[in-house]
Ligand binder design. Structure first.
Ligand SMILES: *Cc1c(COP(=O)(O)O)cnc(C)c1O
Length: 405
């Protein structure tokens, strides 16, 4: 039994009141709130076993190294990677994608090659590819998204060719909420000999990932969206591909031997982790993932899908409210337009009602434009979101409607 009210007790921030009133946090797509177990892991590490991992050979350093590597193992298990050496810790998903675009891209992209992405990509999975294409002379190709916010699979098939070297796609849109058919995309792309990078930032917040079953070549996500701390993200890459890639940055711990003349580099994953890692954050991240697993990813999805249906039903009460992204495969991300009221104005009224939503272009200007807007309001759900949060949103929207009438 998934008792969301019991679960909310694990999130100290959610118990706060502003202006003596409870609030609705509807911006989990931007960043998730943290359960106590994650906060405890951070404090415990800093107060009991803090040292620099992979450096010293004394009790504290050994303990820290062990916890850091245990965190890597937790991530491995969370996404079902074959081995922990395929898990590279980065600063966030943005850095993970930049690493692949920069290192793999420089090594593998040439004039005449193509990089294929969808219209729905976050800037983090768009700009690095656009830039590496400009640098290498490869062609940057975009396939379409339909009016409902689904991948246009015919256009994908049309744009994919033997020239396509890599396909970079999101598994779930942070604007449309669409759950994209990535497994099918991967299968088709591989037939053409293209590699596939999956941006799992939104997908990982709700759904079970299995990189071996999906057979993706790279996958990226950030801890702060999966109920973990900021400052750490993950790059998964198949071992043989990672091993074939040169380093991204240079410095401590990513080397084998160093002389003034030359340097030999460490094996994966250390090769891609130059400098002191975010060890404490890795430990916190692992606790966030374990927390999700303890609740059960299937239960989390079921809870959120109920909220999706509830939201669609309640939105019907608001004439002139248009949801952007109406795929049959939609998760708890609702971008909407309400009678043309500027999202910023909407957010102003909602904020007064303690309803916290995101407004703007959501770091994905091209898809917001593609759907016919320059700015949108967005309400997004997490494992702690309740029907009461959505009721608060509806009530606040009714107030905004009167306010701007
Ligand atoms: C949040 C997000 C990113 C970027 O994540 P960072 O943590 O900012 O690096 C990339 N893609 C999608 C779909 C996102 O939602």
């Amino acid at each position: 039994m998934y008792d969301v009210y019991e679960i909310r007790k694990d999130f100290p921030l959610l118990a706060q009141k502003f202006n003596h009133k409870p609030f609705a946090y509807l911006d989990t797509s931007a960043s998730a709130q943290k359960p106590q177990i994650v906060l405890d892991a951070l404090v415990k590490t800093y107060t009991q076993n803090y040292a620099n991992p992979h450096r010293g050979a004394y009790y504290l350093a050994d303990m820290m190294t062990e916890e850091y590597e245990k965190a890597r193992e937790t991530v491995r298990q969370f996404i079902n990677a074959k081995s922990a050496e395929e898990i590279v810790f980065t600063r966030n998903a943005t850095e993970s994608i930049n690493l692949v675009a920069s290192v793999w891209g420089t090594q593998n992209l040439h004039t005449g090659d193509e990089v294929l992405i969808s219209q729905a990509e976050h800037h983090a999975n768009l700009v690095p590819w656009q830039q590496i294409c400009q640098k290498t002379g490869a062609k940057f190709v975009i396939f379409k998204v339909t009016d409902t916010g689904d991948f246009d699979m015919a256009d994908f098939a049309d744009k994919l060719s033997s020239r396509t070297k890599i396909v970079a796609i999101s598994a779930m849109s942070n604007v449309l909420g669409t759950l994209f058919p990535v497994n099918e995309i991967i299968r088709i792309a591989h037939k053409q000999g293209a590699k596939v990078l999956v941006d799992a930032c939104q997908f990982a917040v709700h759904h079970q990932i299995d990189v071996q079953n999906a057979d993706c070549d790279f996958l990226a996500f950030s801890a702060h969206k999966t109920y973990g701390p900021t400052g750490i993200g993950v790059l998964y890459g198949k071992a043989e591909i990672l091993r074939s890639m040169p380093p991204y940055q240079y410095g401590g711990d990513m080397v084998d031997t160093v002389t003034f003349e030359q340097t030999t580099f460490a094996d994966i994953p250390a090769r891609f982790e130059a400098g002191t890692p975010a060890g404490v954050q890795a430990i916190g991240m692992a606790q966030g993932l374990k927390y999700m697993q303890k609740l059960g990813l299937d239960n989390i999805v079921a809870h959120e899908q109920n909220l999706v249906e509830y939201t669609f039903a309640r939105f019907k009460e608001l004439q002139g409210l248009k949801v952007i992204g109406t795929s049959a495969h939609k998760g708890g991300v609702f971008c909407f337009d309400f009678k043309g009221i500027h999202p910023q104005d909407l957010s102003f009224v909602l904020n007064k009602e303690n309803v916290f939503i995101r407004t703007g272009h959501h770091c994905a200007q091209p898809i917001v434009n593609r759907m016919g807007y320059t700015s949108l309001a967005r309400a997004s759900f997490g494992l702690y979101t309740t029907k009461e949060d959505i009721d608060m949103l509806i009530d606040a929207l009714k107030k905004a409607e009167k306010f701007f009438a």
